[in-house]
Design a protein around this ligand. Structure first.
Ligand code: PML
Length: 256
C-alpha cells in the first residue's frame, strides 16, 4: 500500500516595531493512504484558513511518498487521567510523576539531585515558553541538547494507524497521544512533560514507557498562552544524534 506524509504550516507576517516577524498560525501533519491525500490536504488548508489566531498569508503544504516498510507501528501508551482542583495541583502532580520516572531510571546517578529536581523543572519549563519545538534535556549531565535552542527539537512523521478520516479540526488529545507514544519510544528518552500553548486548553500530560500517558486535567489557567514540551533524556542510554534522528525522521503509525 502507498502511504503519503502530509505536512501543513501556516503563518502570518506581523509588524513588531519596525521589524516584520513571521508568526506561527497553524500546523498539522498526517500519514495517510493515497486515496485520502486530496481530501486530507483540503481539510488541512481549511484548518489553516479558519484558525482563531488569524488569517495566514503563507501556507505551505508538503506531500511526500513513504514506503510502507519504512513505517514503524507502535501501540499507543496506556492512558490514565488525574483530576485536579487547580493548575498548581496539576503541576505538582506532573513534577512528582517525572521524579518517579527519573528515579526508576537510576536517580542517584543523575546530575539532577532529587531535591533540586522540581526547582530545575520549573526553570526549564519557563525556558520552553518561547520555543517552537521541545527542549531535549539530558538528566545525566544537566545540559540542554537541542542543536538550535530557539527552535527546539520537533517530533515529526507520525499519525494514528488507520486514521484515514478527514478532520479539519485540531484534536489535542489525539495528536498528543500519537506524539507522546513516538517520543517515549525514541532512544534514550526517559519521560516527557507537555503543557499546551493553546490559551484555551489547560489539560497537559506526563508520559513515559513506564508511566504511560498521564493526562493532567489542569496545568495552567485559561487564557494563558505559555506552554512547552520537555523531553527528559539520558545520554548514558543513547546518543542525542540517535534520539533526534528518530524523533525527526522515523515514520511512525500509532495503534490507538
Ligand atoms: C498541544 O496543544 O499540542 C498539547 C496538547 C496536550 C493534550 C493533553 C490531553 O488532552 O491529553
Amino acid at each position: 500500500m502507498d502511504y503519503y506524509s502530509l505536512k501543513m504550516r501556516a503563518s502570518q507576517q506581523v509588524l513588531t516595531g519596525s521589524e516584520k516577524k513571521e508568526q506561527h498560525i497553524s500546523g498539522a501533519e498526517r500519514i495517510v493512504t493515497k486515496e485520502s491525500v486530496e481530501d486530507v490536504c483540503k481539510a488541512m488548508i481549511r484548518r489553516a484558513m479558519t484558525h482563531s489566531k488569524g488569517e495566514p498569508d503563507f501556507i505551505n503544504v508538503k506531500i511526500e511518498k513513504i514506503q510502507a516498510e519504512d513505517i514503524q507501528v507502535l501501540k499507543a501508551l496506556p492512558v490514565t487521567r488525574v483530576d485536579v482542583n487547580s493548575a498548581e495541583e496539576g503541576l505538582n502532580w506532573a513534577y512528582k510523576l517525572l521524579r518517579d520516572a527519573v528515579v526508576e531510571n537510576g536517580a542517584e546517578l543523575t546530575a539532577m539531585a532529587i531535591e533540586d529536581f522540581t526547582a530545575n523543572l520549573k526553570a526549564l519549563l519557563r525556558e520552553t515558553f518561547p520555543m517552537r519545538g521541545a527542549m531535549l534535556y539530558d538528566i545525566a549531565t544537566g545540559t540542554r541538547l537541542e542543536p538550535d535552542r530557539a527552535r527546539g527539537v520537533r517530533a515529526t512523521y507520525m499519525d494514528a494507524l488507520h486514521s484515514s478520516e478527514v478532520d479539519g479540526k485540531k484534536n489535542h488529545f489525539n495528536e498528543a497521544i500519537v506524539l507522546a507514544t513516538k517520543v517515549a519510544n525514541a532512544p534514550g528518552i526517559v519521560a516527557e512533560l507537555c503543557i499546551s500553548d493553546d490559551p484555551n486548553y489547560v489539560t497537559g500530560y506526563v508520559a513515559s514507557k513506564t508511566l504511560g500517558y498521564v493526562r493532567i486535567m489542569k496545568m495552567k489557567e485559561m487564557n494563558d498562552e505559555n506552554g512547552g514540551r520537555i523531553f527528559l533524556f539520558d545520554s548514558r542510554k543513547a546518543s542525542a544524534v540517535e534520539c533526534i534522528q528518530y524523533l525527526q525522521q522515523q515514520k511512525v503509525l500509532v495503534e490507538l
